[in-house]
Design a protein around this ligand. Structure first.
Ligand code: PLP
Length: 280
């Protein structure tokens, strides 16, 4: 596998970073993930726009134009013969002596890695995902796609230990989002509910695309926070992310959601999203 490190295409084993990279020392950096289907990125413009937004939010200059990013992504996808999977980008503030404050003009470290994965055929899409709820232990700027992911690592591992597929994080009794996904429910009266974009959640690119699809239908969209109790009483629940598209939720904390099987709205949205992505 070839990776891109600071503008150079290298063999995976030859790509090395200095120990004083601030990404390693402080998690002083951000990342982005785009899905790849049939060798083409999905919703990539929105991912690169969010990359730029995350960089601005933490005062790291964007090292490349959108066209340059796209060029690197496509080059790496081609070099690795990637048909289906993800392309991961990480930008850190760069390398310096360990001090909290940083000098202006550091050269950001840029890493790009592809991962081959089956995205279209998913056991979770067929069976529904099992989800547990956990307190949201993250910081107050969750709208930044920070590489500081310790809270999510612990949440995902707790889910794994519980035999679950995803963790939904809860603050003040309300679901913020999944550890690596945006959370939706479908209420008994048929409204699709998902949290609005504030600093409390990551502005999910897939969530944005799905809500745009929903607005084209006669389904009702209600952008507000929902409680765990409301989720348990919902007729359906699902989550969205770049690499999982739309994934129906079968159960929450061991209790079935709706019938305990993937709901028709989640199934339709998944199909429609994938069809649109493949056609795009
Ligand atoms: N929320 C969090 C905390 C995430 O980590 C992710 C993706 O990794 C998402 C939501 C989904 O965002 P996207 O649809 O842009 O992948």
């Amino acid at each position: 596998r070839i990776v891109l490190l600071n503008g150079d295409f290298l063999d995976f084993a030859d790509a090395k970073l200095p120990i004083m990279d601030r990404g390693f020392l402080f998690a002083d950096g951000i990342y982005e993930v785009s899905a790849v289907l049939n060798g083409r990125t999905i919703d990539n413009e929105a991912h690169l726009a969010r990359l730029d937004r995350s960089l601005r939010a933490i005062d790291i200059p964007n090292p490349y134009s959108t066209a340059e990013w796209v060029g690197f992504q496509n080059d790496l996808i081609t070099r690795n013969g990637l048909r289906e999977g993800t392309v991961y980008i990480q930008v850190t503030r760069g390398v310096a002596e360990r001090e909290f404050t940083y000098a202006e003009g550091l050269t950001p470290t840029v890493l790009m890695v592809t991962q081959a994965k089956n995205l279209l055929t998913s056991k979770l899409a067929v069976d529904g995902a099992t989800v547990i709820t956990l307190p949201d232990l993250r910081w107050a700027r969750r709208d930044i796609k920070s590489v500081g992911l310790l809270a999510q690592v612990l949440a995902k591992q707790a889910a794994k230990r519980a035999g679950a597929d995803e963790a939904w994080m809860v603050e003040d009794g309300l679901v913020t989002e999944g550890a690596s996904s945006s959370a939706f429910i479908v209420t008994r009266d048929g409204a699709l509910v998902t949290r609005p974009f504030t600093q409390a959640v990551l502005p999910g690119v897939t969530r944005r695309a799905i809500t745009a699809l929903i607005r084209e239908t006669d389904l009702r969209l209600d952008e507000r926070a929902f409680s765990v109790a409301e989720a348990l009483a919902a007729q359906e629940a699902f989550y969205t992310s770049a690499s999982s598209f739309v994934t129906p939720v079968a159960s929450l904390d061991g209790d079935p959601i709706g019938t305990g099987k993937p709901g028709p709205i989640a199934i339709k949205l998944r199909e429609f999203y994938i069809r649109t992505a493949l056609a795009g």
